[in-house]
Design a protein around this ligand. Structure first.
Ligand code: SAM
Ligand code: SF4
Length: 436
């Protein structure tokens, strides 16, 4: 057996891709290992969203170069691959800056890894693939070899929205949806391997559209698969929240009451400069419609503070939107310039200390809301899907319908089952209770 180490950065779509790369390489004799030392192949599955993402990858590659040299001294060869969005954005520059890299493969071409490995082994040279044949990729991926209780399933890739701060349309390409039959087949395979929850993934998952199928129709068909108890989807764009999807939250009991619906800002001027193509009030009205369909739905969002030109009043509008909506939890980031995006060249950049102070104020408010939401479960009995042993001995980790982690002393036989748990208390990031 050859040892394969995959390091995953960034979003859930990368986590899905990493698992698929491991599945692809299994027939070539590669088995996953949890450290890079002595590995026969190391893949960095990179993310380009955060600040200085490429620089961090180069410094990691510097460390791996030494491990590769050690392996060569003992007569072996470590193949070094860079995958994901940094690979797509940097391309051949990666090999120019770090010649120890053997393979550079973009997020839409990693199905070609086996042939790239053969090429690199044959001529000891480098192989580079950064095309966008997304649907060809899905056609060539193997069936999942394993599944956790909760499994990711990518249904849609890429983005045509071109928010002015974001690199995704450039690194993942244009919006593409997989055919429904392929998705349903993969869901059946995952269910057969033990998945009880399917999390549908896409950069714009609610823009899913293929052969007359919408995301709502897909969720309906998934609900009919034996073994699947829970369905989730992420990430949604407010502009693509169709009526049938809102209705599905009322009508499809397996669709969980949880919606990640990033708004980024509560200021109309900033939303316009971001090219989000909706106003803060459009978002408020949308949330009202979703809550009418499913009153207990947990809402979450992404926010950016300090987008170029954001004034104190703009930021206050964001805080007001947060107060109006009431989130279960949320992710928030300081704006950071991404090379090649329109916002990076805007002149009115916000000073770093202002961005940081706004982020701090926003996160305090969001944390209060998160704790209030979690506290509202105390004393209630909720359905928890048990996923795995918790770090504490004898405890299991599961999730409520609202995606809150719950820790319970319970028999490991409950893993993969939904149990009723009475919630007793909350710690910083999770709930605790007893099985009833
Ligand atoms: N498609 C999703 C949407 O439209 O909301 C978001 C996908 S993006 C990978 C995840 C989050 O990263 C965004 O919602 C945004 O908040 C954040 N993000 C993206 N570019 C950023 C930037 N240049 N600076 C700070 N945060 C950024
Ligand atoms: Fe990026 Fe906007 Fe597309 Fe989301 S919708 S992936 S933020 S461009």
């Amino acid at each position: 057996m050859k040892k394969l180490f995959v390091k995953t950065y960034g979003c859930q779509m990368n986590a899905y891709d990493s698992a698929k790369m491991a599945d692809l390489l299994a027939p070539l004799g590669y088995a996953a290992t949890d450290a890079p030392d002595g590995a026969d192949m190391v893949i960095l599955n990179t993310c380009h969203i955060r600040e200085r993402a490429a620089e961090k990858v180069y410094s990691e590659l510097g460390r791996l170069k030494n491990l590769k040299a050690e392996k060569a001294l003992s007569g072996g060869r470590m193949l070094l691959a860079v995958a994901g969005c940094v690979a797509q954005a940097e391309g051949a520059e990666i090999v120019a800056r770090q010649p120890a890299v053997d393979l550079v493969v973009g997020p839409q071409s990693y199905h070609r890894l086996p042939e790239m490995i053969a090429r690199a082994a044959r001529d000891q040279g480098h192989a580079l693939e950064t095309d966008f044949p997304a649907l060809e990729k899905f056609d060539s991926l193997p069936a999942p070899t394993a599944s956790g209780v909760s499994a990711f399933l990518t249904v849609q890739e890429g983005c045509d929205k071109f928010c002015t701060f974001c690199v995704v349309p450039y690194t993942r390409g244009s919006e593409q949806s997989r055919p429904p039959e392929a998705i349903l087949r993969e869901a059946q395979q995952l269910a057969a391997k033990g998945a009880r929850e399917i999390v549908l993934l896409g950069q714009n998952v609610n823009a899913y559209s293929a052969e007359g199928w919408s995301l709502a129709k897909l969720c309906g068909a998934l609900a009919d698969i034996e073994g699947i108890d829970r369905i989730r989807y992420t990430t949604s764009h407010p502009r693509d929240m169709a009526d049938d999807l809102i209705a599905a939250h009322a009508d499809n009991p397996k669709l969980m009451p949880y919606l990640h619906l990033p708004v980024q800002s509560g200021s109309d001027a900033v939303l316009e400069a971001m090219n989000r193509q909706h106003t803060a009030d459009d978002y408020r009205r949308l949330v009202a419609r979703v809550r009418k369909a499913r009153p207990d739905i947990a809402l979450t969002s992404d926010f950016i503070t300090g987008f170029p030109g954001e004034s104190d009043a703009d930021f206050e509008a964001t805080l007001q939107l947060v107060r109006d909506i009431g989130y279960a939890t949320a992710f928030s980031f300081k704006y950071s310039k991404r090379p090649g995006t329109p916002a990076s060249t805007l002149r009115k950049q916000v000073p770093e200390d202002v961005k940081a102070a706004r982020l701090d104020a926003l996160q305090k408010l969001l944390l209060q809301q998160q704790h209030a939401f979690d506290d509202s479960q105390i004393g209630r009995t909720v359905a928890v899907l048990f996923e795995k042993p918790a770090r504490d001995n004898g405890q299991l980790m599961g999730r409520t319908p609202y995606l809150q982690p719950v820790h319970v002393h319970a028999d490991a036989a409950l893993i993969g089952q939904v149990g009723q748990v009475r919630i007793q208390r909350r710690t910083a990031n999770s709930l605790h209770g007893v099985v009833v």
